[in-house]
Design a protein around this ligand. Structure first.
Ligand code: YH5
Length: 279
C-alpha cells in the first residue's frame, strides 16, 4: 500500500513536466483560535481544498521554519501533524509529504501514511540519514545556511551557487554511503534560508545548472516569501502575482516541483505554460 503510494510520486516525477506541492501548515496560528482540534480540522479541510485545486502533493508541516521562528518539541509537532496525516491518507489519494527535520516525526509520519519527506536540514539531524535509508521513501534535501532563528542575521557566501552545488554533492554522497537510492532524492536550494535577496535571485537564475550538475529533480519554494517584499515592497497579502511569476520562471528553468500556498492560481499558470511547451 505505502509502496504503491511512493510509486505515485516516482511516476509523477517521471511523467508530468512538473508537480505542484501545496503547503499545509498545522500551527496554532495558521487556523484561527489556537485550539488543537480546530487547527487539525482547519488543516485537513484546507488540504482537501488544495487537492480540489490541483495539488499533486500535500506538504504537511507542524513547525514554522520562517526566519526567527521558535522551535517546537517533538511531542508538540507529533500532536499537530500525525492526526492530519492519518485523516488525509484516509480521505484522499494525493501523496502526502512530511515537512520536518526530526527523525522521530519522519518515522511516525510515514507510519501514519506520509509517502515523502521534506527536510529543510537536508538529513543533517542525528539519525536522519540512517532512518530514511531504512524507510526507503522519496526525500527532498534542502540547503540552509545556519538555523531558522538566526539564519537571516548575516548570510555570507563567497559564491552562493558554487557553495549550494557543493552542499548538494556532499549530501548526495552521504545518502549514497548510507544506501539511499539516488532516484529517491530531490534537491532544493532553500530560497530565503540564510540568503540575501541577491543570493536568492542568483540561485533562481541558476536552476538549470542545478539540474545539469546533480541530475536530481529540483524543488523550489518561493511562494509569498520575503524576497518579493525586498524586490517589490509588497506586504504578505500582495505577493500572489510575483509568487506565480517565480513559480513559472522556476518550472521553465527545469524545476520539477514548486511548493506553493496558492495552488489554483499556480496550477493555471504552470499548466497553461506547459500546454504551450509540450502539447
Ligand atoms: C522551501 O523553500 N520553505 S517553510 C516565509 C514566508 C512565506 C513562506 C515571509 N519549507 C521551504 O514557506 N521546504 C519552507 O513569508 C520548505 N523548500 C522546502 N523544501 C518557509 C515558507 C515561508 C517563509
Amino acid at each position: 500500500m505505502t509502496e504503491l503510494r511512493h510509486e505515485k510520486i516516482r511516476r509523477g516525477l517521471c511523467g508530468k513536466p512538473s508537480l505542484i506541492m501545496g503547503i499545509v501548515n498545522v500551527t496554532p496560528d495558521s487556523f484561527s483560535d489556537g485550539g488543537q482540534f480546530s487547527s487539525i480540522d482547519g488543516a485537513v479541510s484546507h488540504a482537501l481544498a488544495l487537492v480540489k485545486e490541483g495539488a499533486d502533493i500535500l506538504d504537511v508541516g507542524g513547525e514554522s521554519t520562517r526566519p526567527g521562528a521558535d522551535e517546537v518539541s517533538i511531542q508538540q509537532e507529533l500532536d499537530r501533524v500525525i492526526p492530519v496525516i492519518e485523516r488525509l491518507s484516509a480521505e484522499s489519494d494525493t501523496p502526502i509529504s512530511i515537512d520536518t527535520y526530526k527523525p522521530e516525526v519522519m518515522q511516525a509520519a510515514v507510519s501514519a501514511g506520509a509517502q515523502m519527506i521534506n527536510d529543510v536540514y537536508g538529513l543533517r539531524a542525528e539519525g536522519a540519514v540512517e532512518l530514511v535509508s531504512k524507510l526507503k521513501v522519496p526525500v527532498c534535501l534542502m540547503h540552509m545556511q545556519g538555523q531558522p532563528k538566526t539564519m537571516q542575521a548575516e548570510p555570507t557566501y563567497q559564491d552562493v551557487v558554487t557553495e549550494v552545488l557543493a552542499f548538494f554533492d556532499e549530501r548526495l554522497r552521504e545518502c549514497s554511503d548510507h544506501g539511499i537510492d539516488a532516484g529517491d532524492i530531490m534537491l532544493d536550494p532553500g530560497i530565503g534560508f540564510g540568503k540575501t535577496l541577491a543570493h536568492n535571485l542568483l540561485l533562481l537564475r541558476h536552476v538549470p545548472q542545478m539540474v545539469n550538475h546533480t541530475g536530481c529533480p529540483i524543488l523550489i519554494g518561493v511562494s509569498r516569501k520575503s524576497l518579493i517584499e525586498q524586490q517589490l515592497g509588497r506586504d504578505l497579502s500582495q505577493r500572489l502575482p510575483a509568487s506565480i511569476g517565480l513559480a513559472v520562471q522556476s518550472v521553465l528553468s527545469g524545476a520539477k516541483i514548486v511548493r506553493v500556498h496558492d495552488v489554483r492560481a499556480t496550477y493555471d499558470a504552470v499548466r497553461m505554460v506547459e500546454a504551450v511547451r509540450y502539447s
